[in-house]
Write a protein that binds this ligand. Sequence first.
Ligand SMILES: [Zn+2]
Length: 337
Amino acid sequence: MLGSGITRQNAFVRFWLFLLSSLAFAVVHDIAFALESSWKADSWDERKMLPNDTRPPDRREPSMLLPPLEEHMVGTIRRVSIDSEEKIVALTFDMCELATVTTGCDMDILNYLREEKIPATLFMGGKWMRTHARRVLQIMNEPLFEIGNHAWTHGNCALLSSSGLRAQVLWTQAQYELLREETLRQAEMRGMPVPDIAPVPTLFRLPYGRCTPAALNTLSSLGMRVVLWDVVAEVGDSSRPIQAKKSARRVVDQVRQGSILLFHANRVPRGTAQLLREVVALLQAQGYRFTTVSTLLRMGTPVMCMDGYFRHPGDNKQLDGCFGVDGTGLRTPFVGD
Ligand SMILES: [Zn+2]
């Protein structure tokens, strides 16, 4: 009897805890409050803390379609050959999210960049944008940050069908538009200055760095400039200071004028914030400054190829056998319907 009384009492407490946590979740995630949110990290910025919404975006076709690229722009950009002597590079951060799981938002990285006034390009998955809508609205109000497209659910562009690839790109463009409209609406409602936010992203980052000539043609028909990197910053876990310092020296040895550095800001892998601090300090000591990829592209000529890879051609092909049938985490192909 005593046992069942305790069980009933536990069930009652659990019910109220569930109700309160659901209420807190609803309040925190009402993006009507987004522009007033703190930039301080909270538990919702952790990986796997938010529910995994598998539905398509509320808008599937963006209102704005970009004109196709000119022929000389088709291919992947690895770095930019700068027209002057200026020591300048672009820091880029991928915010990837598969169909099957939610990832995080690394506020430590975003706040460090804001404090140091360092511009950066953030390549966001479309589903990631919806998961972290509140953060995207804040980011859209921060002029230091440029947003690029990183596919809806991190589809592998070498494996997706043409229609699947189109949907991965256009659903993300449409989700961006929805959040941009909400950002502008909230700014107006609060009498804040209207932020200058690009109508849609024009840069695309290949998930896994994978592509084919056919995929590059599809991306160019959608007006997306494909931006990769010439320096892969993260190798393993840089959480420990000694490891972060060691990794940073390796990274900086590879950097040259016009480099594009690859990092992640979705809390995968660990220790990126520590590594970033070390890399920035070393580069600044060498006289480098930082800008977005779009600005870097305006300063010179992109160094391009028709392939996608991390450091050497073919070094990412083994990833075709991972992360579901087409890189989205799904066991059936993503077709975008
Ligand atoms: Zn990615």
